[in-house]
Every structure is written in C-alpha cells, then in structure tokens.
Design a protein around this ligand. Structure first.
Ligand code: NAP
Length: 327
C-alpha cells in the first residue's frame, strides 16, 4: 500500500486528499519506484482545477525521484537499487511508492541529490527543449535577445541560468522587484516587473526598438497580446503555459500585421515520447547541473501531507524557484 494524493472532482486545493492505495508489481515496460522526494509543478494545478481535463478519480503529480524497487519485463536501462528521477505521464507522483512506465525514468547521477532530482526533471527538461529545440527560423545565436516570462519561477530560474550559459541575452519578467532581482542574480541580463511596468515598451527600449527573436510565454492570458508586440519580424511566440488563464482564440491575420510572426504551443510530453530522446535531453540537463552552470534552487519544501498548502502558495505567486514535497 502507499499514501497517495487523489482527487475525485476538480476544484481548489481542498479537493486533494491523502488516501491509501494498493501498489502491485510492475508489468512489462514498468518499474516500481519508492520515492525520496516529489516535485511540485504548475501543471498539477491545471489538472486539479480542471483547466486540463482528466478522468476521475485522479492521482496527481508528474515529477519525483527515488529508488527502483522492482523492474518489469523488457526494462533494461534500470535495475533494482538504482537511484532514479523522472518527469512522466501518467500523473501520480504525489505518493510514497508507485508502479509506472519506465520509459521516462532516468538514472540519477550520484552527485545529484534526490531533492534536486525531484525538483529539476520536469522543469529542467522543459528549459532544455525550450532553449535548445524551440527556436526561431533563423536559429538562436550568442548575443540574441529572448524574453522569458515568470523568470523567477521554477522553470524560469533554470532558464535564466541556462540561457546565460548559451550566451543568450535573456530579458525576464516577474511580478515583484524582489523576484526581478532574483532572476538577475541567476543570469537574466534584464528583468521587468510586469506588475508595475509596460513590459512591451521596456523590451523595445532594451533592444533599441528591434524586439526579441523569441518570447517564451507560460503566463498565457495576461501576457499574450503584449508579447506579440515584443517580437522582431519573423520572431517566434513560444507559448507553453497558462498560469494566468488560457489564451483567448485569435485571428492569424494579426501575425502578419505584426511582422510575419510564428506561433507554437509546446508541451514537454511531445518531446519525451521515446526513451532515447528523453535520455538525451536528461543527459544535457545533468551536464549543466553537474558543471555548476545551472543551480537548482529549492526555495520551498512541504511535507506531502501539506500538499494543499503547497498548491496555495504556488497559485498565490508566493513561491520562487522550485518547490518539493518530502516524505
Ligand atoms: N508546456 C510545458 O511543457 C510546460 C512544462 C513545465 C511548465 N510549464 C508551464 O511553465 C510555467 C512555470 O511552471 P512552474 O511549475 O515552474 O511554475 P512557477 O513559474 O514556479 O509558478 C508560476 C508563476 O507564474 C507567474 N504568474 C503570472 N500570472 C499568474 C497568475 N495569475 N497566477 C499564478 N501565477 C502567475 C507567477 O510568477 P510572477 O509572480 O513572477 O508573475 C508564478 O510564480 C507554468 O505556466 C507551467 O504550466 C509548461
């Protein structure tokens, strides 16, 4: 048996309940993993609230680290006793122990702690595919400007550091002066407080009227329109989240008027469909973390039993960097 966080209807943090669930043996292609730490992500909020609809009852959580306890037929990259970490479908990582597909579970290097492993897989693989694979038609080169919203958050702080390591000039946005300072301390060359400043005007000023090559936008509804105004001609609007709500439908003609812009809506789960690609992405993430170029900031820790408080803090914009749930 395992304690697990489950919901039987969509709603606020109060719908999350700790329940006892049975845990079986892994089938073909699966492992059983006993968690050491669990990562909190904004997607957990969307799944809980119902912005992303999934069948009920629903176990929550997409990220964790732990020790492999049993291995099913056909799994060759993991063995019993391995330290491991993952960002993976299906949801259900808010628990002590689970059976799950092995495909997206990676061996965790000895020099990376369980806490860091749990905090960084979903957010770090996201920063990886955004900065390395979600590129404008002309590509990204050292010295290019990009705009990254919510730069002091979990994905944001990783992206600030990684962009700097790639030589990119990252302009961040964040909701307070203290968060802006944190983003600058972590590699953002500029950071705009979008609660008090017009970020589009500021981006134009910083880039000498040119605009940026890419906007990485996870805020959604509140930032969409102005983000289009931050792009230079043929620039890429890379939407990857909706922390403020879903983006409203729009007429494609607007992209022509604003300089023949490109738009994409990205999700990590299109990138990690195969074991090989997941491992290649994770290897790049492990490299930047082990080299010290990217530090994983775990700024909040909650016991699993206080998961409701953790969600409240994340939704109220009270967190910075990564948040983990401990067992
Ligand atoms: N598509 C993908 O593959 C993928 C993968 C991972 C994450 N994501 C998305 O990336 C974003 C960051 O994820 P994360 O887990 O690292 O979360 P996070 O950035 O730590 O937290 C979300 C941040 O969004 C900002 N925000 C702006 N408006 C908000 C609002 N109305 N309500 C709440 N927050 C608001 C807040 O920062 P400020 O106070 O500074 O504004 C908040 O701290 C999320 O939107 C998530 O869904 C997408």
């Amino acid at each position: 048996m395992s304690l697990a966080v489950q919901i039987d209807r969509n709603g606020g943090p109060e719908v999350m309940q700790l329940v006892d669930v049975p845990v079986g043996d892994p089938g073909p292609g699966e492992i059983r993993i006993r968690h050491k730490a669990i990562g909190l992500n904004f997607i957990d909020v969307y799944q809980r609230s119902g912005l992303y609809q999934l069948p009920m009852p629903l176990k929550l959580g997409m990220e964790a680290s732990g020790v492999v306890e049993a291995v099913g037929e056909g799994v060759t990259h993991l063995k019993v006793g391995d330290r491991a970490a993952y960002a993976s479908q299906p949801p259900g990582s808010y628990c002590e122990v689970r059976v799950m597909p092995a495909k997206c579970v990676c061996k965790l290097p000895d020099a990376i702690s369980f806490e860091t492993g749990a905090a960084m897989m979903l957010k770090g693989l996201t920063a990886q595919y955004l900065l390395r694979r979600t590129l404008p038609v002309e590509g990204l080169n050292p010295g290019d400007f990009v705009l990254f919203h919510a730069a002091a958050g979990g994905v944001g702080l990783i992206a600030c550091q990684w962009a700097k390591a790639l030589g990119l000039r990252l302009i961040g946005t964040a909701g307070s002066d203290a968060k802006c300072q944190l983003a600058r301390d972590n590699g953002a060359e500029f950071c705009i407080n979008y609660s008090t400043e017009d970020f589009a005007a500021k981006v134009k000023e910083i880039t000498g009227g040119q605009g940026v090559k890419v906007v990485y936008d996870s805020v959604g509804k509140d930032t969409w329109d102005k983000s289009l105004d931050c792009l230079r001609p043929f620039g890429l609007m890379a939407s990857f989240g909706n922390a403020s709500g879903a983006v409203a439908p729009f007429a494609p003609g607007i992209l022509g008027n604003k300089g023949s812009l490109y738009v994409t809506r990205q999700t990590l789960f299109s990138h990690i469909t195969t074991r090989e690609r997941t491992q290649a992405m994770a290897d790049e993430l492990f490299d930047v973390v082990l080299s010290g170029k990217v530090k994983i900031h775990i700024d909040q820790t909650f016991p699993l039993a206080q998961v409701q408080e953790a969600h409240r803090a994340l939704e109220a914009r009270k967190t910075t960097g990564c948040t983990i749930l401990t067992l």
